[in-house]
Design a protein around this ligand. Structure first.
Ligand SMILES: Cc1cc2nc3c(=O)[nH]c(=O)nc-3n(C[C@H](O)[C@H](O)[C@H](O)COP(=O)(O)OP(=O)(O)OC[C@H]3O[C@@H](n4cnc5c(N)ncnc54)[C@H](O)[C@@H]3O)c2cc1C
Length: 301
């Protein structure tokens, strides 16, 4: 299918230039395009009909992963392939994000798709929103201010993700970066998904970040789940029930997920029945927690 006519395509080289271009167009008429993996399908199906596109692919300042003592900075235009292969993210405290990126689609999608595109699209079963929710990421959004300069807004991932395909991003804002903060000692995270085929969106995906006590039992956990009708969401009941569990007793972790799943709104649809989704939640949840706990024991970089 061919897209409807698009009047203009711009290729800015800086975030400031991008924000100015977006501000100068009508609110709903201009869209940024990143990897194009979701947006181009929607444009071709004429579900979305922008008059103008602003291509982010030349904006070098929002590409890459940088590590400091207190945080990991990830530019919005960083592609899945780079997240999946990053030594900074692999394993340890932030492993959930490289797991999620390495699970996305097929090689072509991982070579084009970006962390920013995935978060701004926030598809109901997407992997990266679940992993970033589990990690408690911070997001930085930029827009052109009334005085002509740039306005920055910091938003926690919990406030950014509103519902399926809905975020708190304002129409003229560009997502600049995602920051992962917090201590890393005794902390591990992991993500896993299950789908009918490995290279497409999952039926259920689960991300977990655990903080361990000195005796290696769970001190606290952040758990997120995707693929349910409410889209990517925190799984608060599982977080409560995981406290005190340990890898020495996987059955207690399974029990925590089995009972916590009863508090979720779980749909039956063409992909899986609600009962089957509950089995997936218990199985994936247990294996993700065990991986996160194992990673929490690894040496801190
Ligand atoms: C075959 C196939 C299989 C897939 N399998 C999976 C899978 O297993 N798991 C999964 O999670 N996803 C999967 N996807 C979706 C994929 O992850 C998309 O790449 C992702 O949803 C969008 O990222 P993108 O960079 O391509 O963004 P685009 O499609 O370019 O943009 C998506 C939206 O975000 C906006 N946007 C992009 N960047 C910014 C920014 N910096 N600031 C503000 N707005 C921005 C755009 O305007 C648009 O509305 C699959 C896609 C395909 C085609």
């Amino acid at each position: 299918m061919f897209p409807a006519k698009i009047d203009s395509l711009s290729r800015p080289e800086t975030v400031a230039e991008t924000a100015a271009l977006i501000a100068s167009a009508g609110e709903d008429d201009v869209l940024p395009i990143a990897g194009g993996m979701s947006l181009m399908q929607a444009i071709k199906a004429r579900v979305v009909r922008p008059g103008a596109l602003v291509d982010l692919n030349d904006v070098e300042e929002i590409k890459g992963i940088k590590e400091s003592a207190s945080a990991v900075w990830i530019g919005a235009m960083t592609r899945y392939v780079d997240l999946a292969s990053s030594d900074v993210l692999k394993n340890g405290a932030f492993g959930a994000l490289s797991d999620a990126a390495s699970h996305v689609g097929d090689r072509q999608v991982r070579n084009r798709g970006t962390i920013g595109g995935s978060l701004c699209w926030n598809y109901v079963a997407a992997c990266v929103p679940v992993a970033t929710l589990a990690l408690g990421a911070e997001l930085e959004l930029i827009s052109k201010s009334a005085s002509g300069g740039s306005e920055t807004r910091l938003v926690s991932i919990d406030d950014f993700i509103v519902g399926p395909m809905e975020t708190s991003r304002r129409p003229q804002e560009i997502l600049r970066c995602v920051t992962l903060v917090g201590p890393r000692k005794q902390i591990g995270s992991a993500y896993r998904k299950w789908g009918h085929v490995t290279d497409s969106l999952p039926v259920v995906g689960i991300g977990v970040r655990v903080v361990l006590n000195g005796d290696r039992s769970c001190k606290s956990a952040r758990v997120a789940i995707g693929g349910l009708s409410r889209g990517s969401q925190r799984f608060h009941e599982a977080e409560k029930r995981l406290v005190g569990t340990s890898s020495k007793n996987p059955a207690a972790i399974s029990d925590a997920f089995r009972s916590a799943a009863e508090t979720l709104e779980i749909q039956s649809d063409a992909w899986a029945s609600a009962d089957y989704r509950k089995v997936l939640i218990e199985d994936l949840g247990t294996s993700v927690v065990l991986s996160a706990m194992a990673r929490a024991g690894e040496a801190v970089r």
